[in-house]
Design a protein. Sequence first.
Length: 287
Amino acid sequence: MGAVRRRLGLVVAIGLTLFTACGVDTPASSPSSPAPPGTTTVLTTLPQPSPTTSAPPSSAPPPTSTRQPKTGKVVVLDPGHNGGNSGKPGEINRQVPAGRGKTKPCNTTGTSTNSGYSEHAFTWDVSQRISQALAAKGIRVVLTRQSDTGVGPCVNERAAIGNDAQADAVVSIHADGSNSAGAHGFHVAYSAPPLNAQQGEPSVKLATALRDGLRAGGFPTSTYLGSNGLAPRADLGGLNLSTRPAALVECGNMRNAAEAAAMASEEGRQQYAAVIAKAIEDYLAGS
């Protein structure tokens, strides 16, 4: 009987040892949140605020499938105009270089819908959405302005931001304000005749990619400016002064009731942003 008890004691001791080993609480390693897949940089002379494109805090780390490699590509987004321009007429009306031996006002206030939704608010919102979409693909994004409450920058300064960043693509976001009867639709402008090699084939290719993307996304081409959605221009300072592939998107006519409604809606702005971001990605993939 003593031998049996000793054997039972040994079995119990082994069982306890095994149970304890399987149930040890090892310190859970807190997975660190991955660095943002792309970065959004704001280049202006104003103080830098907290990044506006950061995702809200989450109680759980994002799945690893959201990690994207950096592509090495740089895109400069230029949201047209600025919210403080109307309050500083002296600043925005001063003459600055506009290329081709010309000068023009530093900037303008932009247009608005008939109900008062401003172009500067539209371009800022859409550019933020495009920025987030591109950064999620590992593309570095630089914005020419940091908020919708500032003044400027001037058109020559906006061009310099793209040049200094050695951007693979510079895309200006605008909306038009034509009162012509029936005027509606988007068009994409590029500098012509070109003043340097980057304003030639690369800019035409970028403009065409943007045109094709918007058209594929269901947006109609302009009925009143350009041809087949493309508009070669010699009078746009930001394009004339660019030494990088550059194009300017007039997303539609804010004085057209249907397009104004789309631009004023969050759903509409998201659709503009999604198709423009995809068009930029398509251009970068082929450049």
